[in-house]
Write a protein that binds this ligand. Structure first.
Ligand code: NAI
Length: 345
């Protein structure tokens, strides 16, 4: 834990923590001690709320905060010098705009890949054995088994798209279940090769897999990687699980594949338009996103609200790395885990 006060006499950094939930406050405050001046702001960071960072040296942001060019320009005007992301993914940051504005960007490259991998496997088990439906039935005194039929995971083909830190752990867990794992990734992971996992092209993976797992980052190349054509290549009745980023899947095409019965089941921890929904209690209102509302009508679709990362261990690690990023930036002018814009061709 980092608890020391900065030694260089310049004093603590003031950090405006956006999208701050009670759990963010708990874990960040615990790790920070008296090191920096944390200001917790419930609002999401946007062009409208950026002004709340006035007086801050750094902003701390999460996955659905807006870090586009306009927001970055406003933060620069306010004198913000560092954006400390509480996430691994940085697809929502205009890195070129940040570089131009002289704002450093830091992230948490690894917090608990186990948290995400285990949630992914929980989704597979739930969808397969329908424990979510069984739970409700039994509470109503309905012990009938019709509609709860699953399949043995043992011996099934599982395709993992993206075998980085998280994908490799999913591969190891599912190998333990006796699944035959195929992987697709431009960079082969030696840990997966050591498990006996075979790498293949995306089309071959889609055609061969009973379960397809998406665990790659969102990049221009992976945006709508799973579109109508890709869904058309999947085995009839296959399961698709996305624990990466929503826009890796074309949701309208996904609904089409569900309506036609081509897909057997779908697990989503992320959704391409999740920014207006996830992390908020909307139970007292209605869902105005018709595409999302349609998804919820399928009994073979399981949606969780971007909770795969949400474990004690992961929140502790996120807080530790975030505070360490800010402390290193204050001391050396460079965060511990910088994210830089790719050089322009
Ligand atoms: P990582 O960087 O260790 O691994 C990503 C892998 O994807 C790399 O091996 C990379 O070569 C591969 N990849 C890149 N482009 C690809 C493509 N076109 N096709 C196939 N593979 C490709 O990242 P890590 O830690 O495993 O996380 C992966 C993603 O999971 C993150 O970028 C983030 O979007 C998502 N994530 C979701 C969380 C959640 O709570 N649902 C929490 C944490 C991460």
């Amino acid at each position: 834990m980092l608890r020391e006060t900065p030694m260089d006499g310049r004093g603590a950094m003031r950090i405006a923590v956006f999208s701050a939930k009670p759990y963010d406050e708990r874990f960040l405050s615990q790790v920070n001690g008296a090191a920096h001046d944390l200001v917790f702001i419930e609002a999401r960071l946007s062009a409208r709320t950026a002004q709340l960072a006035a007086g801050a040296d750094a902003v701390c942001a999460f996955v659905n905060d807006d870090l586009g060019g306009e927001v970055i320009a406003r933060l620069a005007d306010l004198g913000v010098k560092l954006i400390a992301l509480r996430s691994a993914g940085f697809n929502h940051v205009d890195l070129a705009a940040a570089a131009e504005a002289g704002i450093a960007v830091a992230r948490v490259p690894a917090y608990s890949p186990h948290a995400v991998a285990e949630h992914c496997v929980a989704m597979i088990l739930t969808l397969n054995r329908k424990t979510h439906r069984a739970y409700n039935r039994v509470r109503e005194g309905n012990f009938a088994l019709d509609g709860l039929l699953g399949f043995d995971l043992h011996g099934k083909n599982v395709g993992i798209v993206g075998t980085g830190q998280i994908g490799a752990i999913v591969a190891r867990i599912l190998t333990g279940f006796g699944c035959a794992v195929i992987a697709h990734d431009p960079v082969e992971n030696p840990a997966c090769i050591a498990l006996g996992i075979r790498y293949a092209g995306l089309d071959e993976l889609l055609e061969a897999s009973d379960i397809v797992i998406l665990q790659c980052p969102l990049t221009p190349e992976t945006h709508h990687l799973i579109d109508e054509a890709a869904l058309g290549r999947m085995k009839r009745g296959a399961m698709l699980v996305n624990t990466s980023r929503g826009a890796v899947v074309d949701t309208r095409a996904l609904i089409g594949a569900l309506k036609s019965g081509a897909l057997g089941s779908v697990g989503l921890d992320v959704y391409e338009e999740e920014a207006d929904l996830f992390f908020e209690d909307l139970s007292g209102t209605f869902i105005s996103d018709d595409v999302f509302a349609r998804l919820l009508t399928f009994p073979n679709v399981l949606v969780t609200g971007h909770q795969a990362f949400f474990t004690e261990e992961a929140l502790t690690a996120i807080a530790e790395t975030t505070i360490a990023n800010v402390t290193a930036f204050e001391r050396d002018g460079e965060p511990l885990h910088p994210v830089r814009a790719a050089p322009r061709d």
